[in-house]
Design a protein around this ligand. Sequence first.
Ligand code: NZQ
Ligand code: ZN
Length: 390
Amino acid sequence: MDNFTFYSPTYFVFGKNEETRAGELVKKFGGSRVLVVFGGSSASKSGLLERVVNSLGEEGLESFTLGGVKPNPRSGLVYEGIDLCRKENVDFVLAVGGGSVIDTAKAIAAGAVYDGDFWDFYSGKRIEEALPVGTVLTISAAGSEGSPDSVITKEDGMFKRGASGDAIRPKFSILNPALTQTLPAYQTACGITDIMAHLMERYMTNTKDVQTTDRMIEGLLLAMIEEGPKAVKEPDDYEARANIMWAGMMAHNNSCGVGRSQDWISHDVEHELSALYDCAHGAGLAVTFPAYLSLAYKHDVARVAQFARRVWGCPEDIDDEEAALMGIESLRQFFKDIGMPSTIGELGGSEADIDKLAHTACYGNGRTGKLCGFVELDEEQIKQVYRNML
Ligand code: NZQ
Ligand code: ZN
């Protein structure tokens, strides 16, 4: 196991009706003038937004609202939020929504206290300082409620890129699984796929002797394989929603990724798909992960075979190559069964886009030609990953 530092200071509040504590929690973490960031219509339709704003008012806190965050959130609204924070002397940013809303809130929080262009953070500069951020989560997926990351798309060039820093880890996150019961089956499945991808990106490692984190990842994946289809089929299944919600947090706050090298090539490959086609990130991952593993498994057949046997129950008495391929097929079939796409065509793309996708993945926004993780892939090999999606 490699040396590591683990810092995950978010205060989690989990369970039914806990969103009514938003005001109390903002106050606990020092906020008094709060920017509430939200998405399209789901939070206002369900009455959640009103409950949260009321709870801020009950604590005597001043609030300002910024709505309209779209999935695959754009930089334009971030600039708007930064201006609003400065104009109104905002001292706390509260996200009410999913990963797109939370990531927008984090970008605003970092940009509001930075003299330069906030995009610097999405071009490699680490975030050292930010306004405090809190979240009320409405979809189990991105894990942004417990992560130090934010992903934003810059309209100019349509670059979808991530930024990172402990300063944007949420001070608190309210996780009420009941809030996710209004999600359509497709969005639920996208979330499940993303959570599984966050676990698999960590499982595909080159570090030896990491039994503890291997077993944690396998356990969470097995729970998702069991609970995921239940929530897709029965949206009101609170217990399934609850298990998925906590798994989503555990999958991405890095407790399962410490002390080991991680992969993340599938995420880089997928971000090009959701930037170009504006598809859901989870749907893009359902197409990407099997396509990528079909190429990458050869790098360490034994590891992928272990994944296949322990997670997908592939037989012990077949050789590793056969088991690995069987495991990849089981993964592809699972995504299909929960209603996810399996080809680039289903995302709105075609073979004609592959050169552009691979080139932007390898060279866009300052990248230098290779994607590195479990394996090292150059532009030609990345093209092959995209071809595997046809
Ligand atoms: O805008 P509204 O009306 O709220 O609708 C949203 C949106 O259309 C809807 N939704 C959310 N909660 C709902 C609901 N509909 C009904 N009931 C509810 N309770 O769901 C749609 C998708 O929302 P979004 O926030 O985009 O989903 P998700 O949480 O999957 O976030 C995806 C974004 O996170 C990034 C992705 O790249 C993508 O941009 N990621 C962020 C990460 C991070 N910060 O750590 C890591 C991830 O790997 C990922 O890259
Ligand atoms: Zn993801």
